[in-house]
Ligand binder design. Structure first.
Ligand SMILES: *[C@@H]1O[C@H](CO)[C@@H](O)[C@H](O)[C@H]1NC(C)=O
Length: 446
């Protein structure tokens, strides 16, 4: 799809001057029909004679189920009340779509007191709001954090089993910024999958973290040997990331799903046999850092082919970390570990094939004999070796090519059956807010 950068339009709509009266219990998202939402463009935009534009805002709309399409869409700095207050304004004439703007998110600091520690409960808006309508504003929304969404909705979703939830996840959650002796690059073409810290991911509403853990024996201190990698590239040390998760679990009532999904280095000998002391060392660190929050599988799992404990069961026990482990031989020796969490992974660099695969895979999940109550749709393309060698594209461009479609699929085809949906550069999709809405829907149906 051709993407155009639309210049800021001088605000011709001032004359419309329409206002809406906000209700007393002001929701952050409002609509009479259809939806608007804000996303963040993952690739940087090259500009002539100006620095690259980073974190450009995208405005998205879907009024395909409505009798009429609004004519205007605009970005606001605060709750949209009148068109004349807009920062950026554009007209639209299709039932659904998006516009890439040249307005940047800027720092994107976490609001509500959540910058580095716990803040106020409930959703909070970052600055960008979007509104659509004709004379009147008909729908609005904002880019938000959802730090306590499970607690906010416990009365509606508490009786859902964890395998019945829709959960926003991050693929390769640790690959968000280098922290090594050799590199502190913030933006890399083929290694970094995220650009928000693990803390920020959790505060935004991500509840599933896919970790790729590697072991480097040459460090003196055992803690220093465990790293989060992207394949063979060392990105960040593990322990500080576990501490971010710990603070989040200590200060909220949210459930977090942590998945040790791949051990690219140092966990196996040449014959492929697990190195027991390396696995044991990792499990010790997990127990030490997250122990009080661990929901042991032997206490809570509900058996093969079932959907696991309910949200309420985990909350009542105050055991809110579900830790799954990719090696079943290790799981068999440590029955507190949750078994291999199936990844629905297309292993393709082609978006069309990715969606064909995921449509099928989600419809056929969970498998009747699945050991894990959970499954994760890996909603990102995978570059080939040749893509990387010839620097064809980047993970940011790849994410941009699929993330909007992931949002659209989750709202439609995947709505009934999706469990975890993991993406790269998650601010480019709306999986968090959509999952929350889907959970409330599923909760009211059961
Ligand atoms: C993504 O969505 C757009 C807009 O609906 C569509 O034109 C495009 O074909 C979709 N891409 C894939 C790979 O499904």
């Amino acid at each position: 799809m051709a993407v155009s950068v639309i210049a800021v339009v001088a605000l011709a709509a001032t004359v419309l001057g329409a206002t809406i009266v906000p209700s007393r219990n002001d929701p952050l998202e409002f609509s009479t029909c259809g939806r608007v939402w804000v996303t963040v463009h993952s690739p940087e935009i090259k500009q002539t004679r100006q620095p690259d534009l980073i974190d450009a805002l995208e405005v998205n709309w879907d009024f395909s189920s409505c009798s009429s399409i609004p004519k205007n869409i605009a970005i606001f700095k605060s709750r949209p009340l009148a068109w004349k207050d807009a920062e950026w304004f554009h007209s639209i004439n299709t039932p659904q779509g998006y516009i890439l703007t040249d307005v940047t998110l800027g720092e994107g600091a976490l609001p509500g007191g959540w910058l580095t520690g716990p803040g106020l409960k409930g959703p909070h808006c970052l600055w960008p709001w979007v509104a659509a309508g004709d004379d009147e504003i008909q729908a609005y929304n904002c880019l938000k954090i959802q730090p306590t969404w499970m607690e906010d909705h416990t009365d509606k979703i508490g009786h859902l089993r964890i395998g019945e939830l829709a959960i926003a996840g991050t693929h390769n959650a640790g690959a968000w910024r280098f922290n090594t002796e050799i590199s502190n690059l913030a933006r890399d073409s083929f290694v970094l999958c995220q650009d928000r810290s693990v803390w920020a991911q959790l505060v935004h509403g991500i509840r599933y973290l896919d970790f790729r853990i590697a072991y480097y024996e040459f460090y003196q201190n055992v803690d220093d040997r465990y790293w989060l990698n992207h394949n063979l590239v060392r990105v960040r040390p593990l322990v500080p990331l576990l501490r971010e998760i710990r603070i989040f679990l200590d200060t909220t009532k949210e459930i977090v799903f942590l998945d040790a999904h791949h051990f690219p280095m140092g966990f196996y000998d040449q014959t492929g046999a697990p190195l027991q002391h390396v696995h044991a060392g990792l499990l010790e660190i997990i127990q030490r850092e997250l122990g009080p929050h661990l929901a042991f599988a032997n206490d809570f799992a509900t058996g093969v082919g079932t959907k696991g404990p309910t949200v309420q069961t985990l909350l009542d026990a105050d055991k809110r970390l579900v830790f799954s482990y990719v090696d079943n031989s290790v799981v068999n020796q440590n029955n507190w570990l949750w078994p291999v969490l199936p990844h629905l992974w297309a292993n393709t660099n082609n978006p069309t094939q990715l969606f064909e695969y995921l449509d099928q895979a989600i419809a056929n999940s969970p498998q009747p004999n699945a050991r894990s109550p959970l499954h994760s749709a890996m909603a990102q393309t995978t570059p080939t070796i040749l893509d990387i060698v010839f620097l064809r594209g980047s993970l940011r461009q790849n994410a941009d090519a699929v993330n909007r479609n992931v949002t659209a699929r989750l709202a439609t085809k995947w709505r009934q059956q999706a469990n975890i949906v993991s993406t790269d550069f998650f601010l480019g999709d709306d999986v968090i807010d959509l999952s929350i809405a889907i959970n409330v829907e599923r909760g009211s149906r059961l």
